[in-house]
Design a protein around this ligand. Structure first.
Ligand code: XIL
Length: 451
């Protein structure tokens, strides 16, 4: 996964070689952000983490949080049990500590969460019906009002749908107050904090083909059509081997974005280690970059040891605060700006001996995408060869308008002209191919040389 940025930088270097090392270095430095926050900001995105109040005295923890992240979520401190431990008696001290830390360090804040079946205070757990509906709405109003003006986005409602194939609402005390409890919460939140983006947040909603995802999709579509104030959908994105990152993830995000809402990855963690974990983190990052309304990603904790699933080592820093392979994969993907619909840069064309190769995206499907390489002769050439290098999980399965050969890894394709390869100065020719992406939507890297 690191290949993308490195190759891009390398191709910039090659293109600039004639202009000397100084120019190359300057260009390279400009292209790359050195922290997650910086690299995501360059792509018009945020990169965030969840913080726990009781760890704010740990300087390794706060240093990483301050350096790497631009968006903060309170891991537990703004939930219902924390903020309204007794009915009508609000306690914002732990939440305020996190929000103040974030704002003092120049961060934005995601509010999590106003209405949820879980982590309810015991008085609320025992409540039903109209009494509960009123109590819930009062909670939304009081908490959103307290934090008014300080919150980038609120998870107004969390986890309201059932897992599995039913597509039903989760049977909770809140649901039993009536189907319209979700929109009622959104209306109350809008009134209390008109400037915060209001999100619906859930897990296991990463594959657009799954019943739960479709149920949430249908609700959001219905809300948009009826003017219910919803601005965004949060995808918790807790992944593990039983629930891997689906290879249509960016399509899922795009489908929601197409309803007219922002999408955000709100609680990302991926159990695992090493290259496989790194590739999955990279794929999630790329899926967000590919969707212009994917405004940012939050990982659910700083170090593996801080995670609610610490045994699964699912985060970007290890227990000693060291950057993991997954960290570098995310940073590289952010710096590559690949597949971007949101302000990313297109990689410069790779210029070799006598010709320039330019990659352009073609059609995309669930499992594969098409690409085209245009070879342009810098001067008149009698023939050319182009190379296309794909990622480790990618496989070229078809080509057209050229004669391919392959290296032993099967990842580097050398393309030669079908027949006559003569090109006049400035003249172009194109060939195309189909890539099975295996979850990796990265653009292949391309180069060419001419004779
Ligand atoms: C988790 C916290 O990380 C834990 O500390 C706590 O014990 C339980 O909740 N979905 C959510 C988050 O929306 O609030 C949850 O956070 C993880 C799953």
């Amino acid at each position: 996964m690191k290949r993308t940025t490195k190759r891009w930088r390398a191709s910039v270097g090659a293109a600039m070689a004639g202009f000397g090392l100084v120019a190359v270095t300057a260009l390279t430095a400009q292209a790359a952000g050195s922290t997650l926050h910086e690299a995501a900001s360059d792509q018009g995105r945020y990169y965030g983490t969840a913080l726990a109040q009781h760890k704010l005295g740990d300087s390794q923890y706060t240093t990483i949080a301050d350096t790497e992240f631009g968006m903060i979520t309170a891991e537990n401190e703004m939930k219902l049990d924390a903020t309204e431990p007794q009915q009508g008696q609000f306690n914002f001290s732990a939440g305020d500590t996190i929000v103040n830390w974030a704002l003092e360090h120049g961060k934005q804040v995601r509010g999590h969460t106003l209405a949820w079946h879980s982590q309810q205070p015991s008085w609320m757990q025992n409540m039903e019906g109209s009494q509960l509906r009123q109590a819930m709405l009062n909670h939304v109003t009081q908490v959103a009002s307290h934090y008014r003006g300080k919150i980038y986005a609120w998870d107004v409602v969390n986890e309201a749908f059932e897992d599995g194939s039913s597509g039903a609402r989760r049977n909770s005390n809140l649901q039993r107050t009536g189907d319209d409890w979700i929109e009622a919460a959104f209306y109350a939140a809008r009134e209390a904090d008109p400037d915060a983006k209001l999100c619906y947040n859930d897990y296991n909603t990463d594959n657009i083909q799954h019943a739960k995802t479709q149920a949430v999709y249908n609700m959001v579509r219905d809300f948009k059509s009826r003017g219910v104030p919803i601005d965004c959908v949060g995808f918790q994105a807790h992944f593990n081997s039983g629930n891997p990152v689906p290879n249509n993830y960016h399509e899922t995000l795009q489908a929601f974005a197409d309803l007219g809402v922002d999408v955000q990855i709100t609680e990302l963690d991926i159990e695992g280690w090493g290259d496989s974990q790194a590739e999955q983190f990279s794929g999630v990052t790329q899926a967000c970059l590919a969707v212009s309304r994917c405004t940012g990603i939050t990982v659910w904790g700083v170090r593996d040891s801080d995670s609610w699933r610490a045994d699964g080592t699912p985060l970007l820093f290890d227990g000693n605060g060291q950057k993991k392979a997954a960290y570098y994969a995310v940073l590289d993907m952010l710096n590559s700006g690949e597949g971007d619909g949101g302000g990313g840069e297109t990689p410069p064309p790779a210029s070799g001996e006598g010709c320039t190769a330019t990659y352009s995206e073609g059609e995309k499907w669930n499992d594969r995408f098409n690409g085209t390489v245009t070879v342009t002769a810098d001067e008149s050439v009698s023939s050319w060869t182009a190379t296309v290098t794909v990622g480790s999980s990618q496989q070229i399965i078809a080509t057209w308008n050229g004669s391919p050969t392959w290296d032993s890894s099967g990842k580097v394709m050398t393309m030669r002209p079908n027949g006559d390869g003569t090109l006049a100065a400035g003249q172009s020719t194109s060939f195309g191919f189909t890539v099975m992406h295996g979850g990796d939507w990265s653009w292949p890297s391309v180069s060419c040389s001419a004779a």
